[in-house]
Design a protein around this ligand. Structure first.
Ligand code: SF4
Ligand code: SF4
Length: 431
């Protein structure tokens, strides 16, 4: 075996792979296994493939790549696993190995390079993208393109998913953001740094504003920390570990400079990545220490609001609400009770649990673009469970899940009867 291949395979943590005892307890929890019944689309099967590759018995070929990317990365298998196999980091390593092998053989595809190297790492470029989307909406171009079918010049997956995109904030609204928002209580309990996220701040700017507003009402001084970047989760899940590490360093530095008590976010996917930064610096003691100090401060907004004195609501919502867990909030961070506790605290809200609430909706970062058909199959199953609840509102805690649930409502023909809302917006609605 040549040195380059040896170096690639050394990335796999054989101890973690060998921890899998093939019991299969994870199989019923896995959405892709439930949909296909294929062992290669199950956590156990994928770990067996990783073991084969790591021990050089299998090649890093297209079949291996296909099976690794058919995984949602939802980590429901981690919750189900009695042996504590860290599947999420195993599949990230497998994808990193696939991507590094491809890079060593040829240039990465242009679109992938554009997205991961030229767009997501740069907040200004993400904002420019937001402005372009806002312009398409406010000039009526998006509506016209949908009505005339012109939208179909986009790839099918993008043409489908754009239907779920809500009104984007205008550049003027963005400019009006105050960098520091004082606590709206007699005393300031905490100073928190708001982690805005890249997609979240472009597509759901108002949700970030609402979250900050809720935090100030609960006694926090909120700082929109300057020079923060994308969390790096999309890079890490797509095998772009070097890019993810660069983004993590920028965030650690930015929040260190801000000197805040907590780093608060409202996107389950971002939060799970932020809480795992120390694992990304396993071979770099200096950055690992800084990452651990950063990680100790990271909280989801649900966690913070559930711990602070209760919010005072003035507008009863009188609605039946069901909650769709964000996989990375529930399985990645173990945050399940706090969102439910907050929803139940809203006057007039009847919380109805749906069956399989913590099973992935099929969004999974950009899975609904890269694996559109499987994503929609999983979504349609999810919507059957949603319908059983007879809810008026689906609340969730992650931008990807929110877009996916909006798409689910459209696909199920439930527009006008049901809406999908970020939990922070729902709480703000009742204040
Ligand atoms: S992360 Fe989700 S989709 Fe992937 S193997 Fe685990 S349960 Fe299945
Ligand atoms: S539950 Fe855990 S140990 Fe059992 S097969 Fe799945 S990953 Fe392996």
């Amino acid at each position: 075996m040549n040195k380059a291949k040896q170096g690639l395979l050394a990335k796999f943590n054989m101890d973690e792979i060998m921890n899998c005892m093939h019991c299969g307890f994870c199989l019923p929890a896995c959405p892709t296994y439930r949909e296909t019944g294929l062992e290669s689309h199950s956590p156990r099967g994928r770990i067996a493939l990783m073991k084969g590759v790591a021990s050089s018995q299998l090649a890093i070929d297209q079949e291996f790549e296909k099976n690794m990317y058919a995984c949602l990365g939802c980590r429901a298998c981690e919750t189900a696993c009695p042996a504590g196999v860290p599947y999420g980091s195993l599949v990230e390593t497998a994808r990193e190995v696939v991507e590094e092998k491809k890079k060593s053989e040829s240039k990465p595809p242009f679109v992938r390079k554009l997205v991961f190297e030229k767009v997501f790492p740069y907040p200004e470029r993400m904002k420019a993208l937001g402005t372009a989307l806002w312009a398409a909406q406010s000039t009526g171009l998006q509506t016209l393109a949908n009505k005339t079918g012109l939208i179909n010049i986009l790839p099918r997956e993008m043409a489908e998913m754009q239907q779920a995109v809500d009104k984007i904030a205008s550049p003027k609204e963005r400019k009006q953001r105050k960098q520091v928002m004082p606590a709206q209580t007699a005393e300031t309990v905490l100073t928190v740094g708001m982690f805005t996220g890249c997609v979240m701040d472009v597509m759901f700017f108002e949700t970030n504003q609402a979250t900050a507003g809720l935090l100030t009402k609960a006694g926090c001084r909120v700082v929109f920390v300057e020079n923060q970047a994308c969390c790096g989760a999309l890079h890490a899940h797509a095998g772009e570990k070097d890019g993810a590490i660069e983004l993590a360093k920028r965030n650690i530095e930015a929040f260190e400079r801000a000197g805040v008590d907590l780093v608060v976010n409202n996107a389950g996917g971002c939060g799970a990545a932020l809480k795992e930064y120390h694992h990304w610096f396993a071979d770099d003691p200096e950055w690992k220490e800084r990452a651990m100090a950063f990680v100790a401060k990271v909280r989801d907004a649900n966690e913070v609001l559930a711990e602070l004195p209760p919010l005072v609501f003035t507008k009863p919502l009188n609605a039946r609400v069901t909650y769709q867990d964000s996989c990375h909030l529930a399985h990645g961070q173990g945050v399940r009770n706090q969102p439910r506790q907050l929803l139940k605290s809203i006057p007039g809200v009847e919380l109805v649990e749906m069956s399989g609430a913590d099973s992935c909706c099929g969004s999974a970062g950009i899975y609904n673009i890269t694996n559109f058909d499987m994503s929609m199959q999983i979504l349609d199953d999810k919507m059957e469970h949603v319908k059983e609840t007879k809810a008026h509102i689906i609340a969730t805690s992650n931008p990807g899940c929110l877009l996916q649930m909006k798409k689910g409502i459209i696909r199920a023909g439930l527009e006008g009867q049901m809406e999908a809302v970020h939990i922070m917006d729902l709480l703000a609605r009742a204040l």
